[in-house]
Design a protein around this ligand. Sequence first.
Ligand SMILES: O=C(Cc1ccccc1)Nn1cnc2ccccc21
Length: 322
Amino acid sequence: QDGSATAVPSDGVEYLVSTVVGGQTLDLDFDTGSADLWVFSSQLAASSRSGHAYYTSSKSSTYKALSGYTWDISYADGSGASGNVGLDTVQIGGTTVTNQAVELAKTVSSTFVSDASDGLVGLAFSSINTVSPQQQSTFFDNAQSSLDSPLFAAYLPFNADGAYDFGYTDSSKYTGSITYTSVDSSNGFWEYPSTSYKVGSTVHSLSGYTGISDTGTTLILMGDSAVTAYYNQVSGASYSSSQGGYIFPCSATLPTLSFKIGSTYATIPASLLNFGTASGSSCFGSLQSVGSGSQNIYGDVFFNAYYGVFDASGPSFGFATI
Ligand SMILES: O=C(Cc1ccccc1)Nn1cnc2ccccc21
C-alpha cells in the first residue's frame, strides 16, 4: 500500500527514517546505492552497539531465521558490515512488507559505530544484494506489487525534514514537471549517461561518463577533470590531504555546477556547494573527487535541490526542482 515516511537530516551527513522491524523501531539510512537491508543487532559486541538502537530477533514474534545464510558488504568509502539473515515484517511509513530479508549485523566497521544510523535500507537493484547462498530482494522490490505505481521518490530538502514516498509522486514536494531518463541497471545502480557538465555557464564534455543517483552518499562525487575544472574557478581553493578534499575560503564566491542526467542538465546552486566549515575560515566543498572510474555519484546534495523519482517500470529516473 502507498505511503510516505519522514526523513530526518542527521549531522548534515545523512537522512534517517524511523522504520519498524519485527515490532522494533530503528533509525535507518535509505541508500539507493546499495541493495542490502541490514540492522544493528544483539549479535554485535556491546562496544559496537553503544549509542545505537538495535534489533533482537528473539524479541520478534514474526522473525524466521534463514539457517546458513550470510551477508558481507563493502562500500566504496571503505566501510563495511557482515552477519546472518532472517525474515521479518518491515514497516516504512504506510508500506508494510512481510517476510522481508533482514540482515543482522555481527560486525560493523568503525564508521558505522560513530554514525547516527542503526542500519541501512538498500534501494538499488536486488541484483547487487550480498546475501549468500541465495540473493534476497530489497524492500522496494518486495513492496512493488502492493503499490499503485512501482516507484519511490526521495524528497531531501537542505537542513529540513524530508520524505520517501512509496507508490506515488507528491506534487506538493516539487515545482514544474518531472524529467525522466532511462536507467541502465546492469551494474545494479540507478545509473544513466551523464556526458556533460557546466561550471557556471561554461560547458565541458564528459564523454563515456555515467551518473548514479545515490542517497547513501552525502556529497556530489565526480571525476577529477570536472573537480579540477570547478575549483579552478574558486579563488583560494586547494586540495587538503588533512581535510580529505577540496577546501576554499568561506568568503569565496562559488560558481554553480550543472551536470547532465540523460539529456537534461541539473543545476546545483552555489549555496549547496559550500558544505560548511572545514576548519577556521576554510570551508569544505560539496563537490569532491570520486577517484578513478567514469561513474559520477550524485548524492544527498543533489537531492537537496531536486525531488528524485526511482521508477522500476522502464526502469527510469526522474527529477524535478524542489
Ligand atoms: O561509499 C560511498 C561514497 C563513495 C566513495 C567513493 C566512491 C564512490 C562512492 N557512498 N555510499 C553509498 N552507500 C553507502 C553505504 C554506506 C557507506 C557509504 C555509502
